[in-house]
Design a protein around this ligand. Structure first.
Ligand code: AMP
Ligand code: MG
Length: 419
């Protein structure tokens, strides 16, 4: 491969090799949503702790109703009731019933619940002292939720590495795991480099442009689950860049810069990494995003992205996002890849792998199709904003013809999603 370009897979493996799982912290179960657990979560009680009713109705002996029919109703005496927080402590004897609400514990003796709607109240208000009539048989276990249906005391309800969902947070709460252990969020430092850059709140003078990349990268880092620290804008001079980068390195787990990473006259980032640390690669066989430097600066992983906004966004997606996920304990790093029929020719003029910003959709018959953005100019962010996938043209291919089935990396879907 020319110019020391390495394949993306190799680059990603190098980055992942140089980031480690972070130390753990304890958070409320609901705060852990979206995060992998750092250790197994075990329930201290049976879930549910007691057999309970799945319906509002009457708890009965099923055998009492064996002969019940519309012609021959069976009448039972109501000896008690159970409502939220009110438990019937006696035993239901043959010939008796207990009024019961959904979720209330099955009283001793009873083995089935008949739903309220099909029971006729003959005398009284339906509670203690009433007589109720049944017109159909019931089977043992009808409308009864067994104890321990979800899990038994001592069992693992969620394993280390499993990602907590909203429902999972509730499961953890039921299991008594009000707080759980997760890996702390990595602190990711972001720095924009370029003398031409100005803060987005100001109107650029001629020759200046607004710093868009720090917004891209801060947002992408947050989306990946990181905490962020913005190091500001550094002009293209060696001392300013060194000062700003080294400040971030002191307080961050991972540092990402954009700008000044290509071999131009004013590009000092790679040189700084070489002088103060170690450069592990500085070219990737990818478009956009060829000029990407990765290394260690004072032991801290450091990713230097090109300043072209779409290239910076793709570089972050392909390399920084997996790194952040690894530090958090995630094990899925690959976005789902979907095959779709491309609606136009795709031509590739270089050997590098191309990731074209594109949109997958379905035609009227439900067939997946994909269309690339008209311009793949890496200065354009709107096309990246609207893309739901990156259409991949591998090394060794010259492109595609309209109608070909092509691989699309779904950047809008979570890693590990099944499609
Ligand atoms: P560089 O990697 O410094 O050679 O920058 C490549 C291109 O990206 C140049 O046109 C820069 O002006 C532009 N660029 C660099 N940094 C940013 C930024 N933070 N926001 C928007 N554009 C940028
Ligand atoms: Mg520059």
């Amino acid at each position: 491969m020319q110019e020391n370009m390495i394949p993306l897979e190799e680059a990603r493996a190098i980055v992942l090799d140089h980031v480690a799982l972070l130390d753990t912290t304890v958070v409320p179960a609901w705060r852990a949503v979206g995060l992998p657990l750092a250790e197994d979560a075990t329930t201290d009680i049976d879930l549910s702790p007691f057999a309970n009713s799945a319906m509002d109705g009457y708890a009965v002996h099923a055998s009492d109703l064996a002969e019940a029919s519309s012609q021959a109703a069976v009448v039972l005496d109501v000896v008690g009731h159970e409502a939220a927080g009110h438990v019937f402590d006696g035993e239901v004897k043959p010939g008796q019933a207990v009024r019961i609400m959904t979720g209330a514990p099955m009283p001793a003796g009873a083995d089935a619940v008949v739903k309220y709607e099909i029971v006729e109240v003959l005398e009284g208000d339906g509670n203690e002292g009433s007589k109720v009539s049944f017109h159909a048989p019931a089977s043992v276990g009808d409308n009864v939720r067994e104890a321990g249906l979800e899990a038994h005391a001592g069992e693992v309800v969620m394993q280390a590495g499993e990602v907590v969902t909203a429902a999972g947070a509730g499961l953890l709460a039921s299991a008594g795991c009000a707080e759980v252990r997760v890996h702390r969020a990595p602190v990711v430092g972001i720095l924009s480099i370029g003398t031409e850059l100005v803060d987005p709140s100001t109107v650029p003078a001629r020759g200046q442009i607004r710093d868009a990349n720090s917004s891209v990268l801060l947002a992408a880092a947050i989306q990946a689950g990181a905490e962020v620290r913005f190091g500001g804008i550094a002009p293209d001079d060696e001392a300013s860049i060194a000062q700003a980068v080294l400040l971030l390195v002191q307080t961050c787990d991972f540092v990402v810069t954009s700008g000044g990473a290509s071999a131009g006259d004013y590009d000092y980032v790679t040189a700084l990494a070489r002088r103060e640390g170690e450069v592990l690669f500085d070219r990737i066989s990818m478009r956009p995003g060829k000029a990407i430097t990765f290394g260690l600066l004072h032991g801290v992983p450091f990713l230097g992205l090109s300043g072209n906004p779409a290239a910076a966004a793709v570089g972050f997606e392909m390399l920084a996002r997996p790194a952040i996920r690894k530090m958090l304990g995630h094990t899925a790093f690959e976005r789902p890849v979907q095959t779709a029929q491309v609606l136009h020719d795709v031509t590739k003029r270089q050997e590098r792998r191309f990731y074209d910003r594109a949109c997958v959709s379905r035609d009227a018959d439900g067939k997946l199709q994909v269309r690339s953005a008209k311009s793949q100019n890496s200065a354009l962010l709107g096309t990246m904003h609207r893309a739901n996938c990156l259409l991949m043209v591998p090394e060794g291919m010259r492109g595609y013809s309209a109608g070909d089935e092509v691989p699309c990396v779904r950047i809008d879907l979570p890693e590990g999603a099944v499609i």
